[in-house]
Design a protein around this ligand. Structure first.
Ligand SMILES: Nc1ncnc2c1ncn2[C@@H]1O[C@H](COP(=O)(O)OP(=O)(O)O)[C@@H](O)[C@H]1O
Ligand SMILES: [Mg+2]
Length: 505
């Protein structure tokens, strides 16, 4: 089609032993926002590098502005108006904002002499065009990732981009920054610039894309108008599996037994007020609420990482004083933090070390030496039980995918054999297929009698996996939802955001 900025035709690319792309084609229209989606390792980055002329395809061609290239050079791609923003952004950290924006194009045009003033004028004009203000003299290394992205986008624009491709730009930025990035993208689109946006987050795809190309294992699954897809369909296309798990059912007769954990009138000024609930073995209790509702603070208090001003915590009907995570662990309470990479995992250490770190004391032999065979046995048992994908427990944790890292953190706490497990954002930042695996693990633990508290921002996750839900707002429990299976996503969303408070019993 004449109106396509880019056409990729029948691309094949193999690395030693891996067929990264197999007969992949793609077209991008003028002013179109096109999402390229696929799970980790599906070939997205490779395809982008082929389009950018950085990786040579084994077969196939790239058509830009009606001209076909079997072997596109990176410089030609740039001249044709294709700009790629790689995950590392390729900026010069120790140069200023204006230098970063203008240098490449000056080099490209063969400008030998320039002045700071010229560079500043160029950068200022570029930033103005997308309505951004950033100090032109600031060194780029001092900017946040989101601001660095804006610099990279501006650089692309000033180099005459017709098509900007962004490889997973939202991985390392906050929700608010994502919104901002999306408004910048809308502005680019309004000016007729096409965008290819790589992501594996479904919600983002629906928020921004007009059309979607799905890759799976190096193959193209298909092209779809975003309006024709929903969560379940896209999940199926990306993974080839459907995850229509039924809601979690708790055996209600167990409520005849005494609760395992009870919280009465828990209060901390400025954080939460009068929190009371009971938790039975085998339950998966969801806690939902907007950011700032006090959910995490309550969890931290139950785990001994946050103090309380008033209230009682009881385990097996007896009041307990949880002043530290060690005490919590002794009582059988475990906590999976939301920010697991900073709080939950030593990425530079071996997977096995991470798993046994919480139980090292119990592995000490009578001579105060670590019982090595026992330690290996524990490590391997959890690697096997949670299906952590690694050839050996001795491999460093940073080499694992997000889903597998999450499993290591789970294993570390499961090794303490907890009776109450509090999970804060259990699947934040995880591939969909790993996600449903983790859900399965959690449900399985509950079925075997563990009591689970699941704090989550993801309404579908809570609806599918919890038998009871507490809605928190402004530090208080506002509602308890017992008939979870009768709840819909829309209604729960409205309750959480206080759009429809009156309807819930
Ligand atoms: N330089 C490389 N050498 C060998 N294999 C690679 C290289 N780059 C990517 N691969 C492999 O190609 C496949 C696709 O990778 P990639 O394009 O990075 O996927 P994605 O961006 O979708 O996560 C993966 O199996 C990956 O391990
Ligand atoms: Mg990639």
């Amino acid at each position: 089609m004449a109106d396509n900025v880019l056409e990729v035709k029948h691309i094949f690319k193999a690395y030693q032993g891996v067929q990264a792309l197999r007969d992949v084609s793609l077209s991008v229209g003028r002013g179109e926002v096109h999402c390229l989606v696929g799970e980790n390792g599906s070939g997205k980055s490779t395809l982008i590098k082929v389009i950018g002329g950085v990786v040579a395809p084994d077969r196939g061609e790239i058509v830009i502005g009606g001209r076909a290239h079997a072997r596109l050079q990176a410089i030609e791609a740039i001249r044709e108006g294709i700009q790629i923003i790689y995950q590392d952004l390729s900026l010069y950290p120790n140069l200023s904002v204006s230098e970063n924006i203008s240098l490449n194009q000056m080099i490209e045009k063969g400008v030998r002499l320039t002045t700071r003033k010229k560079m500043q004028a160029l950068a200022a004009k570029g930033l103005e065009e997308i309505g951004e203000t950033i100090d032109l003299d600031e060194r780029v290394e001092n900017l946040s990732i989101a601001r660095k992205q804006i610099v990279a986008i501006t650089r692309a624009l000033t180099q005459g981009a017709k098509l900007i491709i962004m490889d997973e730009p939202t991985t390392a930025i906050t929700r608010g920054e994502v919104e901002h990035l999306f408004s910048v993208i809308s502005g680019l689109k309004a000016r007729g610039i096409s965008i290819v946006f790589v992501s594996h987050k479904l919600s983002e795809v629906f928020e921004i894309a007009e059309s979607v190309t799905v890759l799976r294992d190096g193959n193209k699954v298909g092209d779809y108008p975003a309006a024709e897809l929903d969560d379940a369909k896209l999940t199926f296309l990306m993974t080839g599996q459907s995850f229509t798990s039924s809601p979690y059912r708790f055996d209600e007769t167990r409520r005849g037994e005494p609760p395992l954990l009870e919280v009465r009138g828990l209060t901390k000024t400025g954080q939460f007020t009068d929190i009371s609930f009971s938790l039975w073995p085998g339950e998966i209790l969801g806690i939902v609420g907007l950011v700032g509702s006090g959910r995490t603070e309550v969890a931290l208090t139950l785990f001994g990482l946050n103090s309380r001003d008033a209230g009682t915590i009881l385990m097996d009907g007896k009041p307990v004083d949880v002043k530290s995570p060690e005490e919590a662990a002794k009582l059988g309470i475990a906590y999976l933090p939301e920010d697991r990479l900073n709080q939950g995992l030593f990425v530079a250490r071996a997977i096995g070390d991470n798993i046994v770190v919480t139980i090292l004391k119990s592995l000490l032999s009578r001579l105060r030496l670590i019982d090595r065979p026992k330690r290996r046995e524990v490590e391997n048992r959890w690697i096997e039980r949670l299906k952590i994908k690694t050839p050996t427990a001795a491999a460093a944790a940073f080499g694992l995918s997000g889903g597998n890292q999450q499993r290591v953190v789970l294993a570390k706490w499961l090794a303490t054999e907890p009776r109450v497990f509090i999970l804060d954002g259990p699947t934040v930042g995880i591939d969909i297929s790993s996600k449903s695996n983790i859900h399965e693990i959690i449900r399985n633990l509950a079925e075997h009698g563990m009591a689970i508290v699941m704090i989550s921002d993801e309404i579908p996750e809570v609806l599918r996996n919890c038998n009871r839900i507490l809605v928190m707002r402004k530090g208080r429990i506002e509602r308890e939802i017992r008939n979870v299976h009768e709840m819909t996503e829309e209604r729960l969303f409205d309750v959480v955001t206080a759009r429809r408070p009156e309807e819930v019993q």
